[in-house]
Design a protein around this ligand. Structure first.
Ligand SMILES: [Zn+2]
Ligand SMILES: [Zn+2]
Length: 338
């Protein structure tokens, strides 16, 4: 099979690899669409690798024994290789599993773990069925496009009574706009990149504010009768926005953090939490039991198509990566067979 690889700093191309084989209840999936995510950071950094990606959708083409899927099933491939046995996995919170499977030890090769590839392998319980009529490219939004923010809004109970603040309008933040609007909430977003601002407004965000505006907290309060927003969601992974989410949320409101960030962020327990009564959530992906709701957003949201900005053949992976380094895009989808 063909798969994509990072060959050097800002250099990507295709390489040949052996086709993965099914084993036990692990199925082989022919990848029809691989949504691109954070891998561009490695492309910029030049960390060479032949194992790229964690998002894919496709068709089951081989199984080794009766399992939860059959040949011909169209599936969303859930990320990671969790154990499937611990309390978190059984509860659907497999993304937090601490006993990830060593694929190379299990199959004898790491082959089949990349999603920027024509085939992959996955335990069948992590292959979620795609309803008839949902095209592969759109079904791919059930991973990082809509997933993390759907999980966060479900945890916060966002609904039509609420105003949501969303900071950072990359593909995940724009997915947050789609999810908020689907739940009937009013959206105030924050970003400074012109393409992203336009896209969020096209989707239906009521206001998009500039994060560098020194009066941004006061402006958000003005837009919410002086109270602050009901729910805030950071998708930027910047300390400045993490602080804004706390400062712009109303008393007894909720704040969720989705944007990855390793930097220190100072929380003052009394003024930030005890006096405000704010609840804070960390949200990585979503509980697997939420999958039908994620799929419902994909099927019914009138603006979900705006979350995909580009679809490129995997043969143009260099061009696709270069696009991903810009802010002029939403979700970019790779087609491994083109
Ligand atoms: Zn587990
Ligand atoms: Zn992702």
């Amino acid at each position: 099979m063909k798969k994509a690889a990072i060959l050097g700093e800002r250099l990507a191309g295709l390489v040949d690899a052996p086709d993965p084989q099914p084993k036990d209840d692990w199925a082989v999936v022919k990848v029809h669409a691989a949504p691109m995510c954070t891998e561009y950071k490695q492309f910029v950094g030049g960390g060479k690798t032949e194992f790229l990606g964690h998002e894919a959708v496709g068709e089951v083409v081989a199984i080794a024994q009766p399992c939860k899927v059959k040949v011909g099933d169209r599936v969303v491939v859930q990320p990671c290789y969790p154990c499937g046995k611990c309390a978190l996995c059984i509860a659907g919170d497999y993304i937090h599993c601490q006993h990830g499977i060593n694929v190379a030890a299990f199959t004898g090769s790491r082959e089949g773990t990349a999603t920027y590839a024509q085939y992959l392998i996955k335990p069948s319980w992590l292959l979620s069925p795609i309803p008839d009529g949902v095209p592969y490219d759109k079904a791919g939004l059930a991973i990082c496009g809509l997933g993390p923010t759907c999980g966060a809004f479900e945890a916060m109970g966002l609904c039509a009574f609420d105003t949501a603040l969303i900071t950072g309008l990359g593909p995940v933040g724009l997915g947050g706009v789609v999810n908020s609007l689907f739940r009937g909430a009013r959206v105030i977003a924050v970003d400074s990149a012109p393409w992203r601002i336009d896209r969020a407004k096209q989707m239906g965000a009521e206001h998009v504010l500039d994060p560098t505006d020194p009066d941004i907290v006061a402006k958000i309060k003005d837009l919410t009768d002086g109270r602050g927003v009901d729910c805030s969601l950071d998708c930027s992974g910047t300390v400045q926005a993490e602080r804004l989410c706390l400062d712009a949320t109303r008393r007894k409101g909720k704040v969720a953090y989705v944007g990855e960030c390793g930097a220190d962020f100072a929380i003052r327990i009394s003024p930030d939490l005890i006096r405000t009564g704010i609840t804070i959530y960390g949200s990585w992906h979503y509980n697997l039991n939420l999958y039908p709701k994620v799929m419902q957003v994909i099927q019914q949201s009138p603006v979900v198509d705006l979350l995909i900005s580009h679809v490129l053949p995997m043969s143009k992976v260099q061009e696709a990566f270069e696009l991903c380094t810009t802010q002029d895009r939403a979700k970019v989808i790779l087609k491994p067979w083109e």
